[in-house]
Design a protein around this ligand. Structure first.
Ligand SMILES: [Zn+2]
Length: 108
């Protein structure tokens, strides 16, 4: 069994975490980063639910190709996919999903 804890006093500065059996202590920065990543992916879950999953992937692929033609750059195309714009644009707002409107990616 493992217990994961966040403790600023135990984790030395510059470290992501430290393990003192049986505990794993994470730095607050790591936890914050992970919360942002989880929030980003949760936004995609919400988008997928709205589009019955399959339409999400179809639109995702089509929009990627459109953006690839427009930007001629794989990374720029990816971050400008409508679903990624919404997810990257709101991932730092951990309350975003509570106030998000239906089909929010079409509104931008
Ligand atoms: Zn994403």
């Amino acid at each position: 069994m493992t217990w994961i804890r966040v403790n600023k006093k135990i984790v030395p500065k510059g470290f992501r975490g430290i393990t003192l059996f049986p505990f794993i202590f994470l730095s607050s920065e790591i936890l914050k980063k992970n919360r942002v990543i989880i929030n980003h992916e949760k936004i995609h879950i919400k988008q997928q639910k709205e589009l019955l999953v399959v339409f999400f992937y179809i639109i995702y692929g089509i929009d990627y190709l459109i953006k690839l033609i427009k930007y001629k750059d794989k990374h720029k195309a990816y971050v400008n996919i409508i679903f990624e714009r919404e997810a990257y644009g709101n991932q730092y707002d951990l309350e975003y999903l509570k106030k998000r409107k239906l089909f929010a990616y079409w509104r931008k």
